[in-house]
Design a protein around this ligand. Structure first.
Ligand code: SAM
Ligand code: SF4
Length: 337
């Protein structure tokens, strides 16, 4: 137990030192950097079994060939992932296991998530969940922090207008199985979010989807405006929905500090309240009115203090075996936006 705690603290120490080096290099606009990434985005599978219009995996091969680079299909091996984990995972605070493809196509993905969670990295995936069968318990037990389920309709004919090749029945069954596995394993994670892209053909099913999200046990339901898809399928119209777009369906978790951190609660909560954007403004131009040059240009936002605090809280909670007690309010966690 003690050695587990010592290991966790050493790990967090490594991450924080790397974070400080990264910050130093960032402020100096260093061209040559030695810090490792503090977060990552990785596709464990280089393919998808669905073919949504406009996606790199669209069934419309002409559109894909003229708009995207050609890459061979593949699945990340355990060996490659092991190397990646040593090179990047050790130093990172968060990791997204999806980008352009379908993460659960790789049968090793839950194992990858588990190994990454053990390094106190917060993990995310977005999945179409359109599989005949998944191992829900394996996914929950992996420690995955957040699962976004992408489904844009509730009846098969509406759903498959965009999610071509998908089966809404399987998606809902799998979401239910994960919610049940969470209850069985008494796990608060993965936080389950339903993402619903709004198109002209599916807005009439939003109410029913929201109702289903509640029934199944999703933590949130979010409507998102899709990027243009008409270059692939001119019959599909994107909609910027004018009603409420975000619904928190279950009460948020509050911080449960370990005994070691309890005396610092006020300071931690104060740091949590500061937004990454405000902090960046202060650091890059704020108080003296002089805007410093920021390397990385547009879109690079320096993460706030919350990141190391989050990791520290997680480490303390995991090692003091108050597990099951997620000590971090997920929805307030900063992402380097
Ligand atoms: C390319 S997908 C890969 C992950 C997974 N296959 C999925 O669909 O969730 C990554 C994210 O892009 C979203 N997405 C798909 N089509 C989109 C579009 N036209 N505009 C904006 N986001 C889109 C998906 O819903 C998903 O959350
Ligand atoms: S499910 Fe995701 S990866 Fe697959 S085609 Fe659709 S958007 Fe692309």
């Amino acid at each position: 137990m003690r050695s587990q705690a010592a290991l966790a603290h050493a790990l967090i120490g490594v991450k924080v030192i790397n974070l400080l080096i990264a910050k130093h290099e960032y402020l100096r606009s260093s061209v040559a950097t030695c810090a490792r990434p503090i977060g990552f985005m990785l596709d464990p599978a280089n393919q998808c079994h669905l073919g949504c219009p406009s996606c790199v995996n669209s069934y419309n091969t002409k559109v894909v060939e003229s708009n995207y680079n050609k890459w061979p299909r593949g699945l990340m091996s355990r060996e490659t992932f092991g190397t990646f984990l040593r090179e990047v995972g050790l130093y990172a605070f968060s990791g997204a296991f999806y980008n352009n493809h379908e993460p659960l196509l790789n049968r090793h993905t839950p194992e990858f998530l588990g190994l990454t969670s053990d390094l106190h990295v917060r993990t995310f995936i977005s999945s179409n969940l359109s599989f005949r069968r998944i191992d829900a318990e394996e996914i929950v037990a992996s420690g995955l922090t957040e699962l976004m389920v992408a489904a844009d309709g509730v009846s098969q004919d509406v759903y498959e207008r965009y999610r071509r090749g998908g089966k809404i029945e399987w998606v809902l069954e799998n979401a239910r199985a994960i919610a049940e596995a969470k209850r069985r394993l008494k796990s608060r994670t993965p936080i389950m979010r339903w993402q619903y892209l709004t198109f002209e053909h599916n807005v009439h099913e939003i109410e029913r989807a929201l109702q289903l999200a509640r029934e199944i046990g999703f933590d949130s339901f979010n409507l998102a405006t899709p990027n243009e898809v008409s270059f692939d399928d001119p019959s599909i119209e994107c909609v910027n929905y004018s009603g409420q777009k975000s619904f928190e369906l279950r009460p948020r978790e509050f911080l449960a500090f370990s005994r070691d951190l309890e005396p610092h609660r006020a300071m931690i909560e104060k740091a949590l309240e500061e937004s990454a954007a405000d902090r960046r403004l202060r650091e890059t131009g704020g108080h003296d009115g002089v805007t410093r040059r920021v390397s990385g240009a547009i879109g690079c936002i320096w993460p706030s203090f919350r990141m190391p605090w989050g990791a520290l809280c997680r480490a303390a909670t995991r090692t003091t075996k108050t597990t099951g007690d997620l000590c971090w309010p997920i929805s307030r966690l900063p992402m380097a936006t």
